[in-house]
Design a protein around this ligand. Structure first.
Ligand SMILES: NC(=O)c1ccc[n+]([C@@H]2O[C@H](COP(=O)([O-])OP(=O)(O)OC[C@H]3O[C@@H](n4cnc5c(N)ncnc54)[C@H](OP(=O)(O)O)[C@@H]3O)[C@@H](O)[C@H]2O)c1
Length: 361
């Protein structure tokens, strides 16, 4: 069911993170009433951990009671890089299972008319034929390194189906590939490849040290810009009504190598020093392409993905501008303002309702 022009309250859990920040930006800056912009009668509420620890049912209930959402985009999750996932499988399993169960339960209890939850391509089986597509999620165990996170995420799909079968709920899910953009987590100990390389390269420039990229640089990955992903979430919330998940990704033909990523970062940062790869370090899987055929066929008309280099330049620019203040670069710096970087970019802080037409940022 599409969102009607009567009053709708869209609660975005995880609204203060990488993807939530992008959703705030898109809702604020796209033309009012447009496909991705705010529609008349909509109130968007973006929440983070300061508003509620969603692992706790009573806190989750209080936030649903406070905002009375009609729709939910559920992004909140314990998210981390490979090593954190490997070290804390139980924590990733339990925290994410609790968050997801509480959010879906509260959505059902309060009669929310639609929920779009966020999975990840990590949910797919380790041993699977490529390209990945929506029919392959449950065909075998996920990779050993992050099975805690992966199983917790997979169970959202099962829960959506069970809520639909038992209660007729309109709950569905999205499966993004690797996301990057402004307000990413740039903590060198615990970040994904793009924010980690951006941070590393900026440090190399500032300290006049070599920029060394671990591995051969040859593996290929599909990256989606957070602002493009935000639009696709808004599309899915408004225009897609089926329990079956949808992969939200650029096409398989838009894979980029880690070398292309590093080259683009070097160019965007203007790094002129020594730059090399260390092929003695593990590369990981060579490629794990996902198909976006279902998405493209559903979108109905051409969706313009931001060219990778443009998206990367914007992300680097954001990081450089926010590095000294509020970018998430490590535990000490990350919270030194008591924020996670949202406010300094002109966005309202977490838990703030935005129901007025907004100026461009
Ligand atoms: N990043 C990627 O490459 C990627 C790829 C595929 C899928 N995803 C999925 O995309 C979604 C958003 O990820 P992201 O990259 O935006 O992550 P992120 O930047 O780490 O943001 C996580 C968000 O979840 C909130 N959160 C974490 N624990 C919570 C809790 N116990 N209670 C309430 N809120 C909690 C955080 O709040 P605070 O800001 O207050 O900490 C933050 O708003 C997640 O579901 C993730 O699994 C991400």
């Amino acid at each position: 069911m599409a969102i009607e022009n009567t009053h709708s309250v869209i609660l975005v859990t995880g609204g203060t993170g990488l993807v939530g920040y992008a959703m705030q930006h898109v809702i604020e800056t796209e033309p009012l009433g447009s496909r991705f912009g705010r529609r008349p009668g909509e109130t968007w509420v973006f929440i983070g951990t300061k508003d509620a620890d969603l692992r706790d049912l009573e806190q989750a209930r209080r936030i649903f009671d406070k905002h009375k959402p009609t729709h939910v985009v559920h992004l909140a999750a314990l998210v981390g890089g490979l090593y954190r996932n490997m070290r804390h499988k139980l924590t990733f399993l339990r925290d994410n299972t609790l968050i997801n169960d509480n959010v879906l339960r509260c959505a059902h209890e309060t009669g929310v008319s639609k929920v779009v939850s966020c999975l990840s391509t990590c949910v797919f089986p380790d041993k699977v034929t490529y390209p990945l597509d929506e029919s392959k999620i449950h065909l075998g165990p996920p990779h050993e390194s992050n099975y805690g996170y992966a199983y917790a995420k997979r169970m959202i799909d099962i829960a959506n189906r069970a809520y639909h079968d038992e209660h007729g709920c309109n709950f569905t899910s999205a499966i993004p590939t690797n996301v990057f953009g402004p307000n990413d987590n740039f903590d060198l100990d615990d970040s994904h490849v793009i924010p980690a390389l951006i941070h590393k390269c900026l440090q190399a420039k500032r300290h006049d040290t070599p920029f060394v990229v671990l591995g051969s640089g040859k593996p290929l990955r599909q990256f989606i810009y957070s602002l493009d992903l935000a639009k696709l979430f808004i599309w899915q919330l408004r225009e897609y009504d089926d329990v079956e998940p949808v992969i939200l990704s650029v096409g398989e033909d838009e894979e980029v190598s880690i070398k292309q990523v590093a080259d683009a970062i070097v160019a965007a940062i203007g790094f002129k020093g020594e730059y090399r790869f260390d092929p003695s370090r593990a590369d990981g899987q060579f490629r794990k392409p996902a198909s976006n055929q279902k998405l493209l066929s559903l979108l109905g008309n051409k969706f313009e993905f931001t060219p990778f280099e443009v998206a990367l330049r914007e992300t680097v620019q954001w990081f450089v501008e926010h590095y000294e203040t509020d970018a998430r670069v490590g535990r000490l710096n990350a919270r030194k303002n008591g924020t996670n970087g949202i406010h300094a970019h002109g966005f309202k802080r977490e838990g703030v309702e935005m129901d007025r037409p907004n100026k461009a940022l």
